[in-house]
Design a binder for this molecule. Structure first.
Ligand SMILES: Nc1ncnc2c1ncn2[C@@H]1O[C@H](COP(=O)(O)OP(=O)(O)O)[C@@H](O)[C@H]1O
Ligand SMILES: [Mg+2]
Length: 320
Protein backbone atom coordinates (compact mmCIF):
# COMPACT_ATOMS: atom_id res chain seq x y z
CA UNK A 1 0.00 0.00 0.00
CA UNK A 2 2.91 2.30 -0.41
CA UNK A 3 3.06 3.32 -4.01
CA UNK A 4 2.62 7.02 -4.38
CA UNK A 5 1.73 7.99 -7.89
CA UNK A 6 2.29 11.61 -8.59
CA UNK A 7 -0.99 12.08 -10.38
CA UNK A 8 -3.14 14.59 -8.60
CA UNK A 9 -6.43 13.39 -9.92
CA UNK A 10 -6.47 9.68 -9.71
CA UNK A 11 -9.36 8.37 -11.75
CA UNK A 12 -9.86 5.35 -9.54
CA UNK A 13 -11.64 7.20 -6.80
CA UNK A 14 -14.76 9.23 -6.94
CA UNK A 15 -13.09 12.41 -5.89
CA UNK A 16 -13.07 15.83 -7.41
CA UNK A 17 -9.86 16.79 -9.13
CA UNK A 18 -7.10 18.71 -7.44
CA UNK A 19 -7.68 21.96 -5.63
CA UNK A 20 -7.02 24.12 -8.62
CA UNK A 21 -10.20 22.80 -10.11
CA UNK A 22 -12.29 22.60 -6.97
CA UNK A 23 -11.78 26.25 -6.49
CA UNK A 24 -14.13 28.95 -5.42
CA UNK A 25 -16.08 29.30 -8.56
CA UNK A 26 -19.25 31.09 -9.28
CA UNK A 27 -22.06 28.55 -9.34
CA UNK A 28 -23.96 30.36 -12.01
CA UNK A 29 -21.27 31.52 -14.34
CA UNK A 30 -18.47 29.04 -14.74
CA UNK A 31 -15.79 30.18 -17.10
CA UNK A 32 -16.31 28.08 -20.20
CA UNK A 33 -12.69 28.48 -21.21
CA UNK A 34 -11.44 27.18 -17.89
CA UNK A 35 -14.11 24.92 -16.51
CA UNK A 36 -13.84 24.63 -12.79
CA UNK A 37 -11.19 27.30 -12.48
CA UNK A 38 -11.26 30.02 -9.86
CA UNK A 39 -13.66 32.79 -10.48
CA UNK A 40 -11.96 36.12 -10.64
CA UNK A 41 -13.53 37.29 -7.46
CA UNK A 42 -12.83 40.76 -6.26
CA UNK A 43 -11.21 39.61 -3.06
CA UNK A 44 -8.27 38.10 -4.80
CA UNK A 45 -8.98 34.49 -5.64
CA UNK A 46 -6.07 33.50 -7.80
CA UNK A 47 -6.07 31.24 -10.80
CA UNK A 48 -3.71 28.69 -9.36
CA UNK A 49 -4.44 28.72 -5.68
CA UNK A 50 -2.89 30.66 -2.85
CA UNK A 51 0.66 30.65 -4.16
CA UNK A 52 0.07 31.97 -7.61
CA UNK A 53 0.32 35.68 -7.09
CA UNK A 54 2.99 36.41 -4.56
CA UNK A 55 5.07 33.82 -2.82
CA UNK A 56 6.54 30.52 -3.94
CA UNK A 57 4.78 27.39 -2.77
CA UNK A 58 6.24 26.05 0.44
CA UNK A 59 3.98 23.05 0.88
CA UNK A 60 2.05 21.18 -1.72
CA UNK A 61 -0.37 18.39 -0.95
CA UNK A 62 -1.39 16.69 -4.13
CA UNK A 63 -4.36 14.34 -4.35
CA UNK A 64 -3.69 12.43 -1.16
CA UNK A 65 -5.77 9.53 -0.05
CA UNK A 66 -5.47 8.33 3.54
CA UNK A 67 -6.63 5.02 4.89
CA UNK A 68 -6.73 4.02 8.57
CA UNK A 69 -6.37 0.42 9.67
CA UNK A 70 -6.03 -0.65 6.01
CA UNK A 71 -9.77 -0.23 5.46
CA UNK A 72 -11.15 3.11 6.55
CA UNK A 73 -10.83 5.56 3.68
CA UNK A 74 -10.80 9.03 5.23
CA UNK A 75 -9.14 11.40 2.77
CA UNK A 76 -10.33 10.97 -0.80
CA UNK A 77 -7.96 13.01 -2.88
CA UNK A 78 -7.12 16.14 -0.92
CA UNK A 79 -4.99 18.80 -2.59
CA UNK A 80 -3.85 22.08 -1.14
CA UNK A 81 -1.02 24.54 -1.34
CA UNK A 82 0.57 26.74 1.26
CA UNK A 83 2.67 29.64 0.02
CA UNK A 84 5.79 30.71 1.81
CA UNK A 85 4.87 33.22 4.51
CA UNK A 86 1.16 32.54 4.19
CA UNK A 87 -1.57 31.73 6.68
CA UNK A 88 -3.82 29.09 5.19
CA UNK A 89 -6.93 27.77 6.93
CA UNK A 90 -8.12 24.21 6.61
CA UNK A 91 -11.78 24.40 7.51
CA UNK A 92 -14.53 21.89 8.04
CA UNK A 93 -16.72 20.31 10.67
CA UNK A 94 -15.89 17.57 13.09
CA UNK A 95 -14.66 14.46 11.29
CA UNK A 96 -14.08 16.23 7.97
CA UNK A 97 -10.46 15.10 7.88
CA UNK A 98 -8.53 18.18 9.03
CA UNK A 99 -6.42 16.41 11.62
CA UNK A 100 -5.80 13.53 9.24
CA UNK A 101 -4.52 15.98 6.62
CA UNK A 102 -2.12 17.56 9.11
CA UNK A 103 -0.97 14.14 10.30
CA UNK A 104 -0.32 13.11 6.71
CA UNK A 105 1.86 16.19 6.21
CA UNK A 106 3.82 15.80 9.44
CA UNK A 107 4.06 12.05 9.08
CA UNK A 108 2.23 11.28 12.28
CA UNK A 109 -0.18 8.83 10.65
CA UNK A 110 1.78 5.68 11.37
CA UNK A 111 1.17 6.00 15.11
CA UNK A 112 -2.54 6.04 14.34
CA UNK A 113 -2.35 3.08 12.01
CA UNK A 114 -3.02 5.28 9.06
CA UNK A 115 -1.16 5.70 5.78
CA UNK A 116 -1.09 7.81 2.67
CA UNK A 117 -2.03 5.45 -0.13
CA UNK A 118 -2.24 7.88 -3.05
CA UNK A 119 -0.95 11.27 -4.03
CA UNK A 120 2.11 13.07 -2.78
CA UNK A 121 3.28 15.79 -0.45
CA UNK A 122 6.15 18.12 -1.22
CA UNK A 123 8.00 20.73 0.79
CA UNK A 124 9.79 23.23 -1.47
CA UNK A 125 9.46 20.64 -4.20
CA UNK A 126 11.02 17.83 -2.15
CA UNK A 127 8.85 14.79 -1.51
CA UNK A 128 8.41 14.35 2.23
CA UNK A 129 6.08 11.39 2.69
CA UNK A 130 8.92 9.12 3.70
CA UNK A 131 10.53 11.40 6.25
CA UNK A 132 10.16 10.82 9.98
CA UNK A 133 8.49 13.53 12.04
CA UNK A 134 11.84 14.58 13.48
CA UNK A 135 13.43 14.83 10.01
CA UNK A 136 10.54 17.05 9.13
CA UNK A 137 11.14 19.20 12.21
CA UNK A 138 14.73 19.63 11.03
CA UNK A 139 13.37 20.87 7.72
CA UNK A 140 11.36 23.43 9.63
CA UNK A 141 7.88 21.89 9.80
CA UNK A 142 6.36 21.48 13.25
CA UNK A 143 2.89 20.38 14.22
CA UNK A 144 0.98 21.65 17.22
CA UNK A 145 -1.41 18.85 17.97
CA UNK A 146 -5.05 19.16 18.72
CA UNK A 147 -5.82 19.34 22.42
CA UNK A 148 -2.64 21.23 23.41
CA UNK A 149 -0.52 18.40 24.60
CA UNK A 150 1.65 19.89 27.29
CA UNK A 151 3.61 17.79 29.73
CA UNK A 152 1.39 18.29 32.74
CA UNK A 153 4.07 17.69 35.36
CA UNK A 154 6.63 20.02 33.78
CA UNK A 155 6.75 23.76 34.22
CA UNK A 156 5.83 26.03 31.34
CA UNK A 157 9.51 26.79 30.73
CA UNK A 158 10.48 23.12 30.82
CA UNK A 159 7.70 22.41 28.33
CA UNK A 160 9.00 25.13 26.03
CA UNK A 161 12.54 23.80 26.20
CA UNK A 162 11.42 20.34 25.11
CA UNK A 163 10.56 21.98 21.78
CA UNK A 164 14.23 22.67 21.13
CA UNK A 165 15.28 19.03 21.18
CA UNK A 166 16.22 18.82 17.52
CA UNK A 167 18.39 21.92 17.60
CA UNK A 168 22.11 21.73 17.33
CA UNK A 169 22.94 25.42 17.40
CA UNK A 170 23.75 25.61 21.10
CA UNK A 171 22.37 26.88 24.38
CA UNK A 172 22.79 30.57 23.65
CA UNK A 173 20.70 30.35 20.50
CA UNK A 174 18.05 28.34 22.33
CA UNK A 175 17.97 30.89 25.15
CA UNK A 176 17.54 33.61 22.55
CA UNK A 177 14.54 31.81 21.04
CA UNK A 178 13.07 31.32 24.51
CA UNK A 179 13.19 35.06 25.11
CA UNK A 180 11.57 35.60 21.74
CA UNK A 181 8.76 33.19 22.63
CA UNK A 182 8.25 35.08 25.88
CA UNK A 183 8.09 38.33 23.96
CA UNK A 184 5.25 36.96 21.83
CA UNK A 185 3.54 35.27 24.76
CA UNK A 186 3.99 37.51 27.81
CA UNK A 187 1.52 35.31 29.67
CA UNK A 188 3.94 32.42 29.42
CA UNK A 189 6.74 34.49 30.86
CA UNK A 190 4.59 35.32 33.88
CA UNK A 191 3.78 31.64 34.28
CA UNK A 192 7.19 30.27 33.37
CA UNK A 193 7.71 28.44 36.66
CA UNK A 194 4.14 27.14 36.98
CA UNK A 195 3.43 23.50 36.45
CA UNK A 196 1.56 23.22 33.14
CA UNK A 197 -1.23 21.19 34.73
CA UNK A 198 -2.19 24.21 36.81
CA UNK A 199 -2.30 26.73 34.00
CA UNK A 200 -5.41 27.74 32.06
CA UNK A 201 -6.50 26.22 28.76
CA UNK A 202 -5.40 29.36 26.95
CA UNK A 203 -1.99 29.27 28.58
CA UNK A 204 -1.61 25.62 27.66
CA UNK A 205 -2.48 26.36 24.03
CA UNK A 206 0.06 29.18 24.05
CA UNK A 207 2.59 26.83 25.63
CA UNK A 208 1.96 24.26 22.89
CA UNK A 209 2.49 26.88 20.19
CA UNK A 210 5.49 28.33 22.03
CA UNK A 211 7.04 24.89 22.24
CA UNK A 212 6.65 24.48 18.47
CA UNK A 213 8.37 27.84 17.99
CA UNK A 214 11.34 26.64 20.03
CA UNK A 215 12.28 24.48 17.06
CA UNK A 216 12.68 27.64 14.96
CA UNK A 217 10.15 26.44 12.40
CA UNK A 218 9.51 27.89 8.99
CA UNK A 219 6.08 26.32 9.03
CA UNK A 220 3.68 25.50 11.83
CA UNK A 221 0.78 23.08 11.37
CA UNK A 222 -1.70 24.24 13.97
CA UNK A 223 -4.55 21.90 14.80
CA UNK A 224 -7.71 23.52 16.19
CA UNK A 225 -6.14 26.19 18.36
CA UNK A 226 -9.60 27.42 19.34
CA UNK A 227 -10.78 24.14 20.78
CA UNK A 228 -12.30 24.58 24.22
CA UNK A 229 -11.19 28.17 24.61
CA UNK A 230 -13.25 31.26 25.35
CA UNK A 231 -13.68 33.54 22.30
CA UNK A 232 -11.50 36.25 23.80
CA UNK A 233 -8.64 33.82 24.33
CA UNK A 234 -9.08 32.40 20.84
CA UNK A 235 -8.71 35.90 19.49
CA UNK A 236 -5.60 36.47 21.57
CA UNK A 237 -4.07 33.26 20.20
CA UNK A 238 -4.89 34.21 16.61
CA UNK A 239 -3.48 37.70 17.12
CA UNK A 240 -0.20 36.12 18.16
CA UNK A 241 -0.31 33.84 15.12
CA UNK A 242 -0.71 36.91 12.93
CA UNK A 243 2.11 38.67 14.73
CA UNK A 244 4.43 35.69 14.25
CA UNK A 245 3.47 35.47 10.62
CA UNK A 246 4.12 39.12 9.99
CA UNK A 247 7.27 39.59 12.05
CA UNK A 248 8.96 36.20 11.81
CA UNK A 249 7.49 35.24 8.42
CA UNK A 250 6.41 31.94 9.95
CA UNK A 251 4.06 30.11 7.62
CA UNK A 252 0.90 28.62 9.12
CA UNK A 253 -1.51 25.93 8.08
CA UNK A 254 -4.32 26.15 10.62
CA UNK A 255 -7.02 23.49 10.92
CA UNK A 256 -10.14 25.04 12.41
CA UNK A 257 -13.82 24.41 12.95
CA UNK A 258 -14.12 28.03 13.98
CA UNK A 259 -14.55 29.28 10.43
CA UNK A 260 -15.33 32.82 11.38
CA UNK A 261 -12.18 33.31 13.41
CA UNK A 262 -9.93 31.43 11.00
CA UNK A 263 -11.11 33.41 7.98
CA UNK A 264 -10.43 36.65 9.82
CA UNK A 265 -6.78 35.75 10.16
CA UNK A 266 -6.02 33.54 7.17
CA UNK A 267 -5.17 34.69 3.65
CA UNK A 268 -6.64 31.65 2.01
CA UNK A 269 -8.93 28.79 3.01
CA UNK A 270 -9.81 25.27 2.01
CA UNK A 271 -13.08 23.72 3.10
CA UNK A 272 -13.08 20.00 3.71
CA UNK A 273 -16.15 17.82 3.87
CA UNK A 274 -15.98 14.06 4.31
CA UNK A 275 -12.38 13.90 3.22
CA UNK A 276 -12.68 16.10 0.16
CA UNK A 277 -11.94 19.73 -0.54
CA UNK A 278 -15.30 21.11 -1.57
CA UNK A 279 -14.24 24.71 -1.95
CA UNK A 280 -11.18 26.91 -1.69
CA UNK A 281 -10.48 30.54 -2.18
CA UNK A 282 -9.05 33.74 -0.75
CA UNK A 283 -10.27 34.21 2.81
CA UNK A 284 -12.10 37.42 1.98
CA UNK A 285 -13.90 35.74 -0.91
CA UNK A 286 -14.90 32.78 1.25
CA UNK A 287 -16.23 35.13 3.92
CA UNK A 288 -18.50 36.69 1.33
CA UNK A 289 -19.55 33.44 -0.30
CA UNK A 290 -23.23 32.72 0.15
CA UNK A 291 -22.82 29.03 0.92
CA UNK A 292 -19.95 29.54 3.32
CA UNK A 293 -21.95 32.18 5.10
CA UNK A 294 -24.87 29.84 5.38
CA UNK A 295 -23.14 26.59 6.29
CA UNK A 296 -20.15 27.76 8.25
CA UNK A 297 -20.85 31.24 9.48
CA UNK A 298 -24.47 30.67 10.50
CA UNK A 299 -25.78 33.59 8.47
CA UNK A 300 -28.89 33.66 6.34
CA UNK A 301 -29.34 29.94 6.79
CA UNK A 302 -32.26 27.77 5.97
CA UNK A 303 -32.22 24.19 7.16
CA UNK A 304 -29.49 23.00 4.82
CA UNK A 305 -26.71 21.70 7.01
CA UNK A 306 -24.00 20.89 4.54
CA UNK A 307 -22.66 21.68 1.12
CA UNK A 308 -23.85 18.22 0.25
CA UNK A 309 -27.43 19.37 0.65
CA UNK A 310 -27.05 22.00 -2.03
CA UNK A 311 -29.00 21.11 -5.13
CA UNK A 312 -27.05 18.77 -7.30
CA UNK A 313 -27.03 20.99 -10.34
CA UNK A 314 -25.33 23.72 -8.35
CA UNK A 315 -22.84 21.30 -6.92
CA UNK A 316 -22.10 19.94 -10.36
CA UNK A 317 -21.39 23.36 -11.70
CA UNK A 318 -19.21 24.33 -8.83
CA UNK A 319 -17.18 21.34 -7.92
CA UNK A 320 -17.11 18.75 -10.61
N1 LIG B 1 -6.83 6.72 14.24
C1 LIG B 1 -7.95 6.62 13.54
N2 LIG B 1 -8.45 5.42 13.20
C2 LIG B 1 -9.59 5.31 12.48
N3 LIG B 1 -10.32 6.35 12.05
C3 LIG B 1 -9.88 7.58 12.37
C4 LIG B 1 -8.68 7.78 13.12
N4 LIG B 1 -8.50 9.10 13.29
C5 LIG B 1 -9.53 9.70 12.65
N5 LIG B 1 -10.35 8.79 12.11
C6 LIG B 1 -11.58 9.07 11.34
O1 LIG B 1 -11.25 9.90 10.25
C7 LIG B 1 -12.25 10.86 10.03
C8 LIG B 1 -11.61 12.24 10.02
O2 LIG B 1 -11.12 12.51 11.30
P1 LIG B 1 -10.22 13.76 11.61
O3 LIG B 1 -9.13 13.84 10.61
O4 LIG B 1 -9.83 13.68 13.04
O5 LIG B 1 -11.25 14.95 11.34
P2 LIG B 1 -11.28 16.44 11.92
O6 LIG B 1 -9.93 16.77 12.44
O7 LIG B 1 -11.68 17.26 10.73
O8 LIG B 1 -12.33 16.46 12.99
C9 LIG B 1 -13.28 10.67 11.12
O9 LIG B 1 -14.34 9.95 10.58
C10 LIG B 1 -12.57 9.87 12.15
O10 LIG B 1 -13.45 9.03 12.83
MG1 LIG C 1 -9.32 17.39 14.27
Amino acid sequence: MSSLPSSSSSPSIASPPSSSSTALTSPDAPDPARPGAHADLAAGARPDGPSAALAPTLLEVNGIEVIYHHVILVLKGVSLQVPEGGVVALLGGNGAGKTTTLRAISNLLAGERGEVTKGHIALRGERIERLTPSELVRRGVVQVMEGRHCFAHLSIEENLLTGAYTRTDGQAAIAHTLEKVYAYFPRLKTRRASQAAYTSGGEQQMCAIGRALMANPTMVLLDEPSMGLAPQIVEEVFEIVRDLNQKERTTFLVAEQNTRMALRYADYGYILESGRVVMDGAAAALRENEDVREFYLGMGGTDRKSFRDVKSYRRRKRWV
